[in-house]
Structures are given as structure tokens and as C-alpha cells.
Design a protein around this ligand. Structure first.
Ligand code: TYD
Ligand code: MG
Length: 459
């Protein structure tokens, strides 16, 4: 075995042996083992002159995407799996990664063979799951293994159309002495598998556990190496799961797929808004319905707020599913622009059903939920809303108003509170005509300032 050196990932200093702290830059947990044969080879080679091509003359043959058979997964991938691409699916242990991969594999198998490598379970365990979720196909080949070199040799011999590695944290290369799951093992194994996939042209799907403990490498260290990164979210208390593309070289990032975990595997949910609004209580204070966008998909979710007198010297702002700094800012806007003395109150905000919202279009829904909770006055239960709120309390337009309006109308909401500029745009588009004709009876209620919105929703 060739000798290894240990390189600090922070400052690049090289060490003879591993240490918890780099002696050069004093950073902790940043030293990673590297195989020095590879490094010497790279430094020692002279390099040859490369050919350049004019950008106008490069041929771009769009490779056909492969249908994974799981519609929500196709959507998140941007229309299917691209041959030769490397996809990382991350998520907490037990969230459903193996289930999803097995379901997709049984469909992909029909398109030219798939090699499913499981480092965590035995092949009979995988088969038992496959029987339960109806994912058996004779060209779905299983291997229970974890040694990288043997796996790669098998792949080049069998030449499958796609390879699934479940999970990357269980893979080990014998070039390194470090334990499976460490940063250097995970990164080295992934790099080798990705390079092989690009050379041979098969699609590669890596499953990776998200770990809170820093000693085991999570999927984050691989994000820059792959073409697409999908995260599986959802909490254990709910049966639904959200698959979110945080990076995608072949499609839009931010796209989501919604699933429900059943006893027969994951079931795609096309009408996700209905699912998120299913448990909504009507006519209770502190609840609003937000029309938000998840990628290209409109989604209605319930935003809940609770305002309670504080027992702390600094009042608490807490949030599930929304950015906490944004909540603190919005609370300050409320205090200064609407005159609600929130300095004496704790604020809790929650997106019902475990969804996670990161767009500023949620501002108005958050603010009205807080005001509604504070005044103990419910909003009309047939009202949905969206809009960004600035520091002066002005309501700003957001992207895709038409899609939001359409989604609210299709779910039977009869009032929609929205930024004035967005309302103008909707009125000018032919969507307004369609809505009027289709007897849905959705009324758009435009507002320019937060005080105006409060008047409309709670006045
Ligand atoms: P799994 O796919 O093994 O998770 P991961 O690979 O992300 O660790 O999913 C395991 C969970 O899903 C487990 O708690 C059982 C549940 N499950 C179902 O509810 N129905 C099913 O059909 C399957 C296969 C799993
Ligand atoms: Mg698993």
C-alpha cells in the first residue's frame, strides 16, 4: 500500500500524521488523509497541450432522459434521469432513501439493467422490501458489498445502464486506512465512482445519510462533485416526505416532489396542497394560508403563529419551517409600523405539516398570523395570501403570481390577498378572464402596505 499524507482542508498544510487540530492554522477537525502516490503522479507529470474548440461548433446532443417510473422523482430531476449523470440523494436515516431507490431501480432496470449495491443490508433484506413494495424485476441486480475496488471492477464488467450505491458512507477503498464514513473515505470513493460513471456513461445514484455528528461525513462534502443533489425531508411524525432538488445541472433547482410513505412504499402526491391543508382548523386565530412556490410548483400551506407573554428578559422568537432571522425582522416591523408591542411577548411560528419555506413571499402570511394570534381574531377561512414585506411595512410583489392565483382558485379559496403590483399583473393577463368565466369566484384583494392588509384581513 502506498504511503499517505495528511492535508489540512483549511490551509493546505501537509502533515506526516493525523491530528485533531492543524498546527499551522489552528483549525479543528480539518485534516484529511490523502494518498500521496496520486499526488506525486499529478505533480510529476509534464502535461500536454490541449485542443480548444469554438463554442459555436460544439455539438450538443441532448441525451434522452430515462423515466424512473416514479413521477415525482422525474419531476425533481427535471424530467428524468440523465444517462452519465451523478445524483446524490441525502436525508436522515429512516426517511425512505432506500425505499425510493428500490422503487426507481425496478423501473430503470427495464431500460437496460441496473446494479444496486447495498452496503447496509443483505440482499435478502432488500428482496423482502422489494416484494412488499412490488419492485421486483429480473434485470435489477443486487450486490451486498462495500469494498470500492471490487465494486468498480464489477461495474466495468457488467456495464449496467445505472448504478445505485446505498449508501456512500458504507463504501471503503483499500487505498486509505481510515474508517468507513470518514470524510476522506466518502470523498475518495465518491470521486472514483463518479469518474467511472462519466467514462462508461452509466447513471450513478448515491444515497447519503445526513449526520449531525461531525465525525462521520455527511452528503455535504459531496455536493460539489455531483450533477444533482436531492434532499429527502419530512419528520418522523408525519407520513409525507418532500424530495427537494438543492442543485441540478440538468434542470431547475428548488423543484420538489411530494410523497406519502405507505405500507407499500412511497406514493407520489400530485395534489400536495390538499395534503398540507388537510388538518387545518377553520376560524381559529393565528392561522393563515400561504400561496407559495416550491420550484415551479405552487403550493398552499398553513402558517401558524402563537403569541404568549414572555417570562424571559429577552422575548423568544422561535420557528419551525421558516428562517428565524426573518421572523425577528418581521416582528420588529410589526412593532414599529403597526404599533403592536411585541417586546413583551414570545412568538412561535410554524409551517403546518413539516414543510420548509424559504421565499420572502411568506412574509405577509407570517405577519398576519402573528397579528391574528395577538388580537385573537381569525382571518376569513376562505382567504389565501402571499407577499413580501419590506422594513417600512410596504408590500412588495413576488414572482409567479399567476401560478399562485390559479392554485388558490383550484383549491376553492374565494379571497386572495396579494401585493398590488402582482394584482395589476394578474388583471392584465388573460388569467383574470379565465377566472371570471370559470365561476370559481376568486376575488383578488390587493394591498400596498401592511396596515392596508391588516384592514382587509382582520378589519
Ligand atoms: P428506508 O428506505 O430504509 O430509509 P433510509 O434508506 O433513508 O434509511 O425507510 C425506512 C422506513 O420507511 C422505515 O421506518 C419503514 C418505512 N417503510 C414504510 O413505512 N413502508 C414501506 O413500504 C417501506 C419499504 C418502508
Ligand atoms: Mg437505507
Amino acid at each position: 500500500m502506498s504511503k499517505s499524507i495528511f492535508v489540512c482542508q483549511n490551509c493546505g498544510a501537509e502533515h506526516r500524521k493525523w491530528a485533531g487540530q492543524c498546527l499551522d492554522c489552528s483549525e479543528w477537525n480539518c485534516i484529511v488523509e490523502q494518498n500521496d502516490a496520486a499526488i506525486t503522479a499529478r505533480v510529476g507529470s509534464k502535461g500536454k497541450v490541449l485542443n480548444s474548440s469554438s463554442i459555436t461548433e460544439i455539438s450538443t446532443k441532448e441525451s434522452p432522459r430515462r423515466n424512473t417510473g416514479v413521477e415525482e422523482l422525474n419531476r425533481v430531476l427535471g424530467g428524468g434521469l440523465v444517462p452519465g449523470s451523478a445524483v446524490l440523494i441525502g436525508g436522515d436515516p429512516g426517511i425512505g432513501k432506500s425505499t425510493l431507490l428500490l422503487q426507481a431501480s425496478s423501473h430503470l432496470a427495464a431500460l437496460g439493467g441496473i446494479l444496486y449495491i447495498t452496503g447496509e443490508e443483505s440482499v435478502s433484506q432488500v428482496k423482502m422490501r422489494g416484494e412488499r413494495i412490488d419492485a421486483l424485476h429480473q434485470d435489477l441486480m443486487l450486490i451486498s458489498a462495500s469494498e470500492l475496488e471490487s465494486i468498480m471492477a464489477t461495474i466495468s464488467k457488467q456495464r449496467p445502464a445505472a448504478v445505485v450505491i446505498d449508501s456512500i458512507q458504507t463504501m471503503v477503498t483499500n487505498r486509505l486506512t481510515s474508517a468507513p464514513g470518514t470524510v476522506s473515505q466518502v470523498r475518495d470513493c465518491a470521486a472514483a465512482l463518479i469518474q467511472q460513471a462519466k467514462q462508461l456513461g452509466h447513471a450513478l445514484i448515491l444515497a447519503g445519510h445526513v449526520t449531525k455528528d461531525g465525525s462521520i461525513a455527511g452528503p455535504r462534502v459531496l455536493e460539489h462533485m455531483v450533477d444533482a443533489v436531492l434532499y429527502f425531508e419530512g419528520d418522523k411524525g408525519h407520513t409525507h416526505r418532500i424530495l427537494r432538488a438543492v442543485k441540478n445541472r440538468f434542470g431547475p433547482a428548488g423543484e420538489i416532489g411530494v410523497f406519502e410513505m405507505s405500507d407499500r412504499g412511497l406514493i407520489g402526491i400530485r395534489d400536495a396542497s390538499k395534503l398540507f391543508l388537510a388538518e387545518r382548523a377553520h376560524d381559529v386565530p393565528g392561522s393563515t394560508v400561504l400561496a407559495c412556490m416550491e420550484g415551479t410548483r405552487p403550493l398552499l400551506v398553513e402558517v401558524q403563529a402563537l403569541v404568549a407573554p414572555t417570562v424571559y428578559s429577552t422575548p423568544k422568537r422561535s420557528s419551525v419551517g421558516l428562517d428565524i432571522n426573518r421572523i425577528a425582522m418581521l416582528a420588529a416591523v410589526l412593532e414599529r409600523r403597526i404599533g403592536i408591542p411585541l417586546g413583551q411577548y414570545d412568538i412561535y411560528v410554524n409551517v403546518a405539516g413539516g414543510a420548509r419555506i424559504s421565499e420572502p413571499a411568506a412574509d405577509l402570511a407570517v405577519l398576519l398570523a402573528i397579528i391574528s394570534a395577538y388580537q385573537e381574531k381569525p382571518l376569513p377561512s376562505d382567504m389565501a395570501l402571499f407577499g413580501e414585506v419590506g422594513l417600512t411595512g410596504e408590500i412588495r410583489p413576488v414572482g409567479n403570481p399567476e401560478a399562485r392565483v390559479r392554485e388558490a382558485a383550484s383549491l376553492g379559496f374565494s379571497k386572495l390577498l396579494l401585493p398590488r403590483e402582482n394584482e395589476t399583473r394578474v388583471q392584465e393577463s388573460n388569467l383574470a378572464v379565465t377566472l371570471r368565466k370559470s365561476a370559481v369566484g376568486l376575488t383578488c384583494l390587493p394591498a400596498k402596505h401592511l396596515s392596508e392588509a391588516v384592514q382587509i384581513a382582520l378589519g
